[in-house]
Design a protein around this ligand. Sequence first.
Ligand code: PLP
Length: 480
Amino acid sequence: MDTDQFRDVGKEMIDYICNYLENIGERRVTPNIEPGYLKKQLPLEAPHDPEDWAQIMADVESKIMPGVTHWQHPRFHAYFPSGNSFPSILGDLLSAGIGCIGFSWAASPALTELETIVLDWLGKAIGLPDQFLAFKEGSRGGGVIQTSASECVLVSMLAARAQAIKRLKQQHPFVEEGLLLSKLMAYCSREAHSCVEKAAMICFVKLRILEPDEKSSLRGKTLLMAMEEDETMGLIPFFVSTTLGTTSCCAFDNLEEIGQVCRKFPCVWLHVDAAYAGGSFICPELKYLLKGIEYADSFNTNPNKWLLTNFDCSTYWVRDRIRLTSALVVDPLYLQHGYSDATIDYRHWGVPLSRRFRSLKIWFVLRTYGISGLQRYIRNHISLAHRFEEHVVRDRRFEICNEVKLGLVCFRLKGGDKLNEKLLSNINASGKLHMVPSNVNDKYVIRFCVVATDADEEDIDYAWEVIKEFAEELLEAQSA
Ligand code: PLP
């Protein structure tokens, strides 16, 4: 493809995306296909000769789109939002066009510098303490973009592990590192995302999963009892992962209590995972949800969930960047440069070496919406979630199963798990709405998340009508 052709088909691609997003409501929200559907339609070998662009795009519509789940669809209420907006799409496009790789400052200075600046902007808007910001006088902290929240949790655990082993090695210089490793214990709530368990598997450390209270919130007392018990068994608490806005029901661990407990244990690294909820802290009235952040060593949120920024974009801040990088620095000659002491080399802040120019898209989003535009977007989602909650509350056949603080409502038909499983499976099979289940206080519940960028009251009322219609059908069939 030459430049002239790219200019033409590039414009057509923008048109295709605009048409897709403008008319997305006309498609089924989930695909109606069987596993392996695509293998039947595509050749088993890559083409030997060049193919025509028009034919490739025709295949996108006829073969690929039928297998797409439309996360931007107004009837998609599953998981959490998958951030999207035109400025963000343009940021990704420009990043791809520039095509640079920014593993060190020298490899592409603007990439590194914009990332640091934008992370400071966002950290300030969220309300993180000054120690997490790179450009605050006397601060040792700073922010970085990772690919996913899972990666943020993993690098936090890696840093915590390195810090703990270093400390233990000083106390017991003749004890094998393997033996010290076998004593380390990490902690999280049963409500924490499964990525904490995965991180513990990768780090080869023990993880104690603790029971939250009846509001699905991990409490300080529970953590303290577990840590003290483990210490008496000769184990060494070294890492605690808390969640602000859990995946199942958007519950909040009691960070303030947990932080105070962590302070009693010299080796412990406290991580805060706010993958979904963190974006909402840009609203002054929601900052109370961050209470206790002053105790944290690291914090992550995904603008690619709730700040109109496309995947991938998981923003991660640490209080002390040296404690993070000392777990991850490997420094071959071919990656060194003359400004290492005065600049940030993000290759030391995470697992991958190569990194894209991801800060462009957040920069575009922050500048085109402004903090006030993003606040309006978040507030709209929250008020729509409350509208949905009111529909549920008014109908005595249903019950609400979580405290609705942000954009997620967990609900169910009063009755058994089987009844609700059937309700959800009937709704999803219809293709009219898409939701996923979760477990809250040992009950099967249906999660309704406000997801679409421009969601409005009509979308919420429509969803409620569909849910009611399927519930009525099911309850009638049951009583017949
Ligand atoms: N943490 C929380 C609280 C989440 O809700 C999720 C996903 O929804 C994750 C972590 C994992 O996110 P990622 O897909 O960015 O790894």
